[in-house]
Each structure stands twice: as C-alpha cells, then as structure tokens.
Design a protein around this ligand. Sequence first.
Ligand code: FAD
Length: 543
Amino acid sequence: MAAPSSTPALPAVPAPRPRSDWDAWGTRPATLPAGAKTLLATLLPGRAHPLSRVPAPRLSPSQLDDTDLDDLAALVGAEHATRDDVVRRRHLGGKSTPDLIRRRSPDVQAAPDAVVSPASHDEVRAVVDHCDRAGIAVVPFGGGTSVVGGVDPDRGSHAAVIALDLSRTAALLDLDRTSLLATLGAGTTGPQVEELLSAHGLTLGHFPQSFEFASIGGFAATRSSGQASRGYGRFDELVHALRVATPRGDLRLGRAQAGAAGPDLRELFLGSEGALGVLTEITVRVRPAPTATAYAAWSFPDFAAGAEALREATQRGIRPTVLRVSDTTETRVNAAMGGHLGRLGGCLAIMTAEGADDADAAATAGALDAVFAAHGAKTRGDAPARSWERTRFASPALRDTLLDSGVLVETLETATTWTHLAALKASVTAALTDALTAHGTKPVVMCHISHVYPAGASLYFTVACAMTSDPLAQWSSAKDAASRAIVTGAGTITHHHAVGRDHLPYLEAEIGPLGTDVLRAVKERLDPRGIMNPGVLVPADRR
Ligand SMILES: Cc1cc2nc3c(=O)[nH]c(=O)nc-3n(C[C@H](O)[C@H](O)[C@H](O)COP(=O)(O)OP(=O)(O)OC[C@H]3O[C@@H](n4cnc5c(N)ncnc54)[C@H](O)[C@@H]3O)c2cc1C
C-alpha cells in the first residue's frame, strides 16, 4: 500500500459507528440462507417454541438518586450521565444466547441505574472516585459483546450500579511510527481502530467475530483472540502498554520493550474484566497493512487427521494468518446452510496467509499444502476460504432469526494441549449431547479448531437444538455439563470469551483455592469497597 500523502493530525477521532440493537446481534435481521429449511426440519421435529422480540421492554426502576446523578453529570456533562430508559436498555448486558433470550422476556429487565459516558482518562478517574466515595457499583462497558455475563448490571452489595460506557473515549491518541506503537482510547471499536490506523497505512490485525461492535478496552480486559491470531497473535500479545484507573489510583504499565522489572503487572489487567479498574488507554503493536493475501482450503478425511496436520504445521513454524479446521458435522452443516461451500465431505480446513507480495503469501500456502497432503488432505481451491472471509461477521445475526423459529444456537470454547485435544472434544460433545437429549431436544454439536499454538489449540463448539418452553434452564444444564467436562478434561474454562459471571463457578477448579485467594487479595487492595464489576472474577458475596 502506498504511504499516505499527509500524516493525519493526532489525536484523531473516528467516525461514529452504529451500535448493535439492544435485543439482537447487529443492526438488521438476518435472512436464513438457502438450505437452512432442511436443517430446521431435522432439528425441529414438530415441537418448536418460537420466541418473539419484545417491542417495548420494561426496565427495573433506577435506584440512583438525583444528587448522585447531578454529581456524575457535573463530571462528564449533563447529556453523558443519564437514567433515560432508551439509553439504559442498550446497556442491559452482553450478547450470549441466554442474554438474547432474556431480552425477549415480557418480564422486567434488570437494567443499570444510570449510564455514564466519560470522554477521557481524567473523566474516568473522576467518575470512579465519585462512585467509590458514594458506594456505587461500576460496570465498565465497552462494546457490550460479552458472552459470559461480564457486563450484567450487578449492584453487588451497593445501592446502585452504573454502566460506564467508554465509547466517547474512542480516539487514536498517539502513534509512534518508529516503534510501530499506537495508543488508543479504550472505547475505540474494531472498525474504528482499523479506520484510524489505515489512514497511516497500518493495521492492528485483531479480528474477532465480534469485531464490528467490540472495543479495544474490552479486547484487553477479556484477553480476546482474533480470527487472525496465528498471524498476528492473541490480543494480549499485541498490548505494549496500559493506562488504568483503579479506585485506589492510576497505573501506567509497559514503559519499555521487554522489561524484566519484576513480574509483568500488565498481565494483572489483561483479563481483569473490569473487576480491578478501568483500562482507559491501550498502546498496541501495529503493522503495515498487508499487501498480498493468499487463500486456500483443504478437505481432510476426518478431524483427527486435520488436527494432526495443524499440529505438525504449527510446530514446524509455518505461520499463515488464519488457520482453522472444522469437524465433519460442522463441515456438513456449513455446506447445507450455505451453498457457498458446495457439498464438501470430510473436514474442511481453510487458511489465509498475508505476505510481502503474492509469491510470499503463496509460499505459506504451499508449505501448508505439503504438510497437509501427507495427512491425506485434498486441496479445495481458494473459494471456501474467500467465502468464509466474506461472510465471517454475518453469521452471529442468524442466532436471532433462529430464535424466532424456535431454534437455540449457542457457542462455547476451550483450549488444551495437543495431547488432550481429541479426548476433550469427545467429552464436551458427549456432555452437550447427553444434557440436551435429557431435555428431549437432541442437539447438533459442531466443533472447529479456531486458534493453534505449538503446544495445543482451542476448540470452538457450536450447538443447535430445538428450544423448549424453558430455554434458559435447557441451556444452563447443557452449559454446566460442558463446563464440568472441560475442567475435568484438562481444558481451560475459557480460551477467549473470559470468565465473567457465567464461568466464575468453574474458575477455582482451574486456578485452585490459592489462585482464587490471590485474585481476591489483589481486588481488595485495588478496589477495597468492591465497586468494580461486582461478581466478576471474585465472587461478590465473599468480599
Ligand atoms: C457474536 C460474538 C462473537 C464473538 N467472537 C469473539 C471472538 O472471535 N474472539 C473473542 O475473543 N471474543 C469473541 N466474543 C466475545 C466478546 O466479543 C469479547 O469478549 C470482546 O473482547 C468484548 O469486547 P467488548 O468491548 O464488547 O467488551 P464488553 O462486552 O463491553 O466487556 C467485556 C468485559 O470487559 C470489561 N471491560 C470492557 N471494557 C473495559 C475497560 N475499558 N476497562 C476495564 N474493563 C473493561 C467489562 O466490564 C466486561 O467484564 C464474541 C462475542 C459475540 C457476541
């Protein structure tokens, strides 16, 4: 890409972007693709419980008194501290399937008592100080795309809770072109980050499926992983420095490259999920935007062969940008749903590889091809990978359309070592299948390897089944069964969705009682009154 003719001035503020609808993913309903009807007939043998959207939800009344609202308004501007129901309903929580099901309930919806939107670190600092003094819980709210209950309006033991909406902090604050470091306001969303960086011929390369709405502060607070993680690294690997506002004071972490000044305190805040403080400014490693991309796909005879091929390629150091393989069920369902992927059998693997030029990108595809062929893979050209890239942000909106038809679709993820991968996949699949079958709704359980590392990989499950008349109980028992299979099967309770409130009951099985104590001690030191996101990372009732 040619260098821009003039360097845009900093700080630079991005164009505003539409937010996701309050009760769905995205901004407009998705149409089910061709082939979905056949799939629905298989999934819904005559007992659909469709769930409609609620046009005018009833919200819990605000518990924030006039004095506190006035005080907060004085800190951020009257129009940026509000108890208005239309604003509060955009902050009811995240976007898991249970969240979307709850939004369709005619019952009163638990809402934050106010939404407060600071525009800078100093305003965040002032709001946190006020809430600490007044005993008001604070839920940092980035894009609100959490799928683990991370942005639920939980008051804990406090009288009121605010959603601290960080969208007004969106900006490119600083750019060090020499070191390739960009400092961004925490509320900058994925597309805004790329817009701001592309003006300088740069990219961050972080593309989670929630890219369109999630924020850079949220990526850091949840240790997000993007679809291009093989090429660019997980989000935590992209973070150079952080500025944090905690109830006890401010921190600036990540002064120099590769410091050995004791334990790396950035790691305390990467994955801190708003429970320790507010990440206000994030300095990330950026790269020149890619100049060439190669696309390729293969079909493996089975998942074991695909996993083994990905392991070998990764351990040999072959580094495409995106690399993933679906199991046979997911490959078949995608083929039935899409039409794009034709009638592929076996297990589909796709790859994209960025390079300095076409030959460089093609060389990565060629290196993978050589490894994959030895594992029985057949090449499938570039169309499946191009099709995946074109449609990759569109599929989550189908969840809403499927709920309309009485189909529950939800995802969950884990990671483990290559040694335990096959057994973990089998046990989680069995747990989901058994739990949902016990409800009389035999599911379709699909899985793909979404992120690969030399020592292991992540497993991403998608589950679809007919919805019962109590879909929250239905999914809760399946999720519990899967989570138990994960923690007893050498998996992590989360590879990238984070802990939130939903995974908290399973965290101690992973980090042990001492690990839980360490987290509690850090929380007590930084947030002695427990105002920060009560119930996330540390149980609210144990403080
Ligand atoms: C359809 C869909 C697809 C998804 N795909 C992916 C994926 O591919 N990869 C992936 O990693 N995740 C994915 N997620 C999960 C989610 O998008 C990520 O967790 C994302 O990082 C959250 O960003 P956010 O800005 O929306 O954060 P929010 O949902 O607003 O917040 C998430 C957590 O971080 C805290 N938080 C947010 N901002 C700050 C801040 N500035 N300071 C301190 N704490 C903060 C919140 O309090 C909360 O605990 C997906 C979610 C959905 C709904």
